[in-house]
Design a protein around this ligand. Structure first.
Ligand SMILES: C[S@@+](CC[C@H](N)C(=O)[O-])C[C@H]1O[C@@H](n2cnc3c(N)ncnc32)[C@H](O)[C@@H]1O
Length: 267
């Protein structure tokens, strides 16, 4: 768990909440975010792109008939949570949020106290047996039916490449045909975006409890091995099924170039 009671440190969950305009963060998180915004003024735009992708994915998945969601590294419940979107589209849709940041999970549990179809679990996603064997997961999710596993902007906090691949494989091995896996992940950028990205990662890794691993496109594609990639495939985060029918990708848009997103279906 990323907290140290003796000396407060910024955490990924609270820095991200601050970037999205949330209020569940402390001075140390705001300071880390301010450092980051100095090296990468568009960091908050990247966070917003990611959160919007999450919304589009959940609407796509409910449209595809999915009624169960396992949201790994779910973060601080902020506007546009998975259960809000899924249950608005499909009442009774079931959601288990998993995060290792205590504040995020406790807040989630309070918000969900009167929601029998959603819950929040305090656990480390690097322990799939603990997550999948927890009463929260076994009580709410039925793995003999399709489940969507979401790893949205979280796998880059697992720096070991082999461990990250193994984790995805272990979660996916539990899924039945018609299940889905959705991912967004920081990708190595080139040129000006690459320089900004390197500086930002340096600031992030020296101020936030978690370290960021930025991967190559091929490494990110490898997470989808054995799955059928949903159209349009693995693409820049805002390019994945944009809501705006007039959306045109902007090659100069730096935050657009630092993350990839995709959705795979279990055949
Ligand atoms: C950038 S936020 C993304 C939140 C949400 N998925 C979204 O995209 O809006 C990353 C979250 O992953 C969580 N996280 C990072 N490593 C984790 C781990 N090993 N186990 C559980 N949660 C983790 C952090 O606490 C944080 O809340």
């Amino acid at each position: 768990m990323p907290e140290s009671p003796e000396r407060p440190v910024a955490t990924a969950a609270r820095v991200y909440d601050y970037m999205l305009g949330g209020t569940h963060n402390s001075a140390v998180d705001r300071e880390a975010a301010a450092h980051m915004v100095r090296s990468f003024p568009l960091a908050a735009v990247g966070a917003r792109y990611n959160r919007e992708f999450l919304g589009r994915v959940v609407r796509f998945l409910t449209g595809a008939g999915v009624r169960q969601f396992l949201d790994l590294g779910s973060g601080i419940p902020t506007v546009g949570n998975v259960h809000e979107i899924a249950q608005a589209e499909a009442p009774g849709a079931r959601v288990v949020y998993v995060d290792y940041e205590r504040d995020a999970v406790e807040l989630g549990q309070r918000i969900l106290s009167d929601n029998p179809d959603a819950t929040a679990l305090l656990a480390d996603l690097r322990e799939p047996d603990v997550v999948l064997g927890s009463p929260e997961v076994t009580g709410l999710l039925d793995f003999s039916r399709p489940v969507a596993v979401l790893m949205i902007s979280v796998l880059h906090f697992v720096p070991d490449d082999a461990q990250a691949l193994d984790l995805v494989r272990r979660y996916l091995s539990r899924l039945t045909s018609g299940s889905y896996f959705a991912l967004s992940h920081l990708v190595r950028a080139e040129g000006r975006a690459g320089n900004l990205q390197r500086e930002t990662r340096h600031v992030y890794n020296s101020t936030v409890a978690e370290n960021l691993a930025i991967r190559e496109p091929g490494q990110i594609a490898a997470f989808f091995a054995g799955l059928e990639l949903v159209e349009p495939g693995l693409v820049a985060v805002p390019d994945w099924r944009p809501d705006d029918p007039d959306y045109v990708p902007d090659e100069e848009d730096v935050p657009r170039r630092v993350g990839l997103a995709g959705v795979g279906r279990v055949p």
